[in-house]
Design a protein around this ligand. Sequence first.
Ligand SMILES: Cc1cc2nc3c(=O)[nH]c(=O)nc-3n(C[C@H](O)[C@H](O)[C@H](O)COP(=O)(O)OP(=O)(O)OC[C@H]3O[C@@H](n4cnc5c(N)ncnc54)[C@H](O)[C@@H]3O)c2cc1C
Length: 1166
Amino acid sequence: MGPPSRPRSRDSSGAGKRSVRGLSPNLDSRRSNRTSAGSNFAKPSSPATSTSLSTPDRKVTVKEYSSSSEDIAAEIVVWTGDTMDVDIPESPTPAPAEISDPPDVVVEDMKVEPIVSPSSSPLSQPSSSPSIQPPPSPSIEPPPSLHLDVPSAASLDPSTPLLHDPLPPTPSLFPPAPPSGVVKPPFVDDAVVPKAEDSSSSLSAVSDHSDLSPALSSVSSKATTPVDNESSKDGMAPPAGQLASQIRDKPRRRYDVRPKVSIPPDLPLYEYATQCIAGAEASRLNPYALHPEEYSMLRDHISHTQVTTYLNIRNGILRLWVRNPQIAVTRDEAVGCAKDSRWFDVASLSFDWLVRRGYINFGCVEIRSSRKPAAEISPTQRKQKTVVVIGAGMSGLGCARQLEGLFKQYSKRFREMGEEPPRVVVLEGRSRVGGRVYSRSFTTKSKHVAPHFEGKRYTAEMGGMIITGFDRGNPINILLRGQLGLDYHKLNPEMTLFDSNGKPVDFERDQMVEKLYNDCLERVSEYKFQQPTSKLIEGNRDLIDEGRDSSAETHKTIRQAEEAAAAQPYAAPVSEQNMAPQVHLVPVSSDRATGKVHTEPGTPGAQKAAHRVRDIGWTLKHGVSEDADLEIDSLTKEPNATLGSVIDKIIPQYRDLVDFTAQDYRLMNWHVANLEYSNATNYNQMSLRGWDIDAGNEWEGAHTMVVGGYQSVPRGLALLPTPLNLKQKSPVQKITYSPDNTGRATVECEDGYKVEADYVVNTIPLGVLKHGNVQFEPPLPLWKTDAINRLGFGVLNKVILVYKEAFWDESRDIFGVLRIPSSRHSLEQKDYSSQRGRFFQWFNISKPSGLPVLLALMAGDAGYDTEQSCNDDLVAEATEVLRSVYGSRVPKQPVEAVVTRWASDKFARGSYSSAGPAMEADDYDTMARPIGNLYFAGEHTSGTHPATVHGAYLSGLRAASEVLDAVLGPIEIATPLIIPKNHSSLKRKASGANNKDSLEARLQQYEIDMWDHIVLHIDRRPAMPNKPASNAYIFFSKSNYDNARKKLEEGRRPGKGKPSANEVRMMSAKMWKETTEEEKRPFVEMVEEQKRGYADKMAEWKKLAAEWDEKATELRLKYERERPPPVASEEEGSKRRRAAGVESYAEPDEDEGIVEEDEEDVTMEG
Ligand SMILES: Cc1cc2nc3c(=O)[nH]c(=O)nc-3n(C[C@H](O)[C@H](O)[C@H](O)COP(=O)(O)OP(=O)(O)OC[C@H]3O[C@@H](n4cnc5c(N)ncnc54)[C@H](O)[C@@H]3O)c2cc1C
């Protein structure tokens, strides 16, 4: 079998075309050019046949990837319906059984009932279920025409400009999905533009010299960068990033790059800037400010004014990554984002930080290895460390894949240390990957396969299901759309709520109750933990928006400036300078599909309750004054107060203000059930202070589901670009670790299998950790076990029903049903808690599943009840609920049904984490903290995105970063980081000590002098007129600012201060919504007038700019004639430069175009 064809550089000659290319609609159906030279990934043909997945590097044995009939997850009960099933199962299945509840359905000891499904392992494919396949073939096939309704031509058109075209100025990384229906992922053209767009770049011809630093000396003898390191206490290692960097006292790195080589020369600068900003936003980084870790890393090395240039470079690197995440950004490409060679080390440092922290080059990405020859130690002599990752869920696979990538990118460093890059071993207890992302195959198949579904598996999501938006930095976007090219279905957000009698709830009433519910959440959000603020060091926004660097040269570093400021009389200490403002986030709406609360900055509970309820449309009861308020304070002070205990006592208080009917109670409790769904527990088990700890971290964009199964993502992580070293069916029972990092670790599996490791990453779910059947030696310290105990881990279950045909409204993806309380017309909250979450929310998952399927949620108490209920009863109740809405069209029995019981699953012990009643603000961070050589990942270690698939994945990246820091030490920083303009090395170059370097310096100076000359004669180029506001609302909000503020001041509770700018903004938006078309007219006319004025100014500007350009060209030519540029004398170089269209900067070397620096020049004393 031949070696895989590798993507190489990003040259325009085609040599560097990517191999993980063509975002196939389906991993399973296409082949990659990586396999064209000999397939690395043999398609498993059936569950029974052996699966040999081999690569030149390693062979994956059948044992690792095949499954057997025992390979069945315990949490699921599957059975076929009676003989009304007319869709013929394609694979042999036992005769349809009576729906029954076998006595040994789900048992704690993993005993499982017989299952009808031919296989439960997604990695072992039944013949009809294509396996995960290597990436798509090099030839771009038009995506198969998509199914049934919707997909717009544009969304399916492979020529639609996507990844490789300039990003739109929106934060969205990929094009938006069409209004509904199945969406094809963006297509990457064969002729994909390399990341370094400069086709004249010499990058294509040079090997990857990305890591030229000599062997890592033991930690630098010089002081490490003074980051505010917390000293390690109680065996707690400092969190990642606190040891962000160390000063390098070795020769400077050399780069085979010219400045700007990664900046497309033909792209207007402002457009380039827009793309860079979008790149940062798509990576969860503020384009205009340093991340706290960047601040720690840079504060001794750059000045405040230099932050702008740093951010331009960093955003430029992110731009390269998000535009083509199938191949890794190289160091040289990153360095090519600098506009001046003095900044090369800064760009290189930024690259290191982005790589190590998993902002770039993560996921199923092709990483080009260095062409440098290996060090002169035979492989057999080299040492090799081992990292064991426990668990093959999203966090474990994400971490293992990231470690593989990091080790490859830093492979040279390992060789220089006389080591092989560490090996990564994943131990998974189950016989499948994905953990709580589990797309279970149905036994039922469709006779008529919809075109969009061809080659896909008929599955339903037992666990993680909804991707809550791709925009604003969801890493699943990169994995799913950017790398794996999976099809997804956009959920229609419109939903109908049916009352318990099956009638749709009146829309207005529904809205009014929802607003009351949000008001209630807003009032309790006053008692939430205050989020700590961090330093906010911003660059110059205007310059960043225009893609320009700061020309100011200040010599005071950020630290020096801060310390100088602190030394002034009455000045704030350094730790309090440049702090981001404290922002209160208040709930404003709830997401019906996920139960998550959306927040906005504001002041919680600012208005008196009576005033507010009237404002949202309720009529106050006779005799109730607008000053009437709720009593909440005392409730929050009750011992053991929880979110639920407080809200349960707030709801009746609204009854004193307005008429609140039994239906309103049902509606209110439907929303509570939705909140319980997003937290997988009864809200009486949720912390009043921490229930919304992740507020403000939501993504943007439509909610989506993966067609054919979300599990394709973890499977992709396990297999691409090369299979991980993964051992399934290996439940770990004991972890022996070294809390003080003095020894190795040992991981022991239940079957006696043992692995010695230097580092262990534990992704075992919180539920399993709470259960305590995995032994730690020594036992975990108290600070860790306390956090384990305080955090919650509840259960959400699902009942999934397959029908012969749909009887529901197929245009909708979601509908809700209000449940009646245990005592029918009760107005007591306590009577609602057991019932409200039973079959309260339904998903029509026919499009992602390929069959007519409904999925019902069992949330809150109902989630726990499901674990104990028998299948017949659950299906009967589900049928009753459906019949209340759809009447006799609902068949007596479904064709097939699946019930999850996550709490009974020994590898999960529940669904996901939540803020337990006694939770402390930093419990999630405490869960993430390593202990010696034992690291932690998993959704329960993510304070920003807990209980989610993306949170789990991000935690894996974080753990990988921590392990790399432990193995290699912190990132090195060259000093001085930015070569001063008048530094001796530059002087030497300018004086001609080194011909090539002096040429570069002289060229730069020549350009500067020439532009000074032009500006002296004809002044600067006329500035483009500013674009006027094109939205009438902006004029409206300006002229109504005072009105909005006054409105907010009415009914304001004492002590709430003045309305914040954001509150005023929200009030103006509300007022605008309520304004008639007639009243809007003057503002619309203002816009028209501004537009006309702008058009005139633009015409004038174009004329002036053209005249200026003409004069400037004349002056330039004259200048060049009178004072020939330094290159003109070097004939050979000049020719090459002109051929390449390069306007300035260093000439390439004779061969390879490498700019070499001699050692003397590049070694800087610190
Ligand atoms: C019903 C349900 C619905 C959900 N819905 C959504 C949703 O819509 N959107 C969303 O973003 N998230 C959702 N989630 C949450 C999401 O699925 C999880 O947060 C995420 O998948 C957790 O990933 P993880 O890697 O942290 O843990 P896991 O996926 O649980 O991975 C841990 C792995 O460790 C293995 N393991 C456990 N014990 C051992 C042992 N002793 N030895 C070896 N291996 C072991 C497990 O088998 C598992 O593979 C849902 C979850 C559930 C259960």
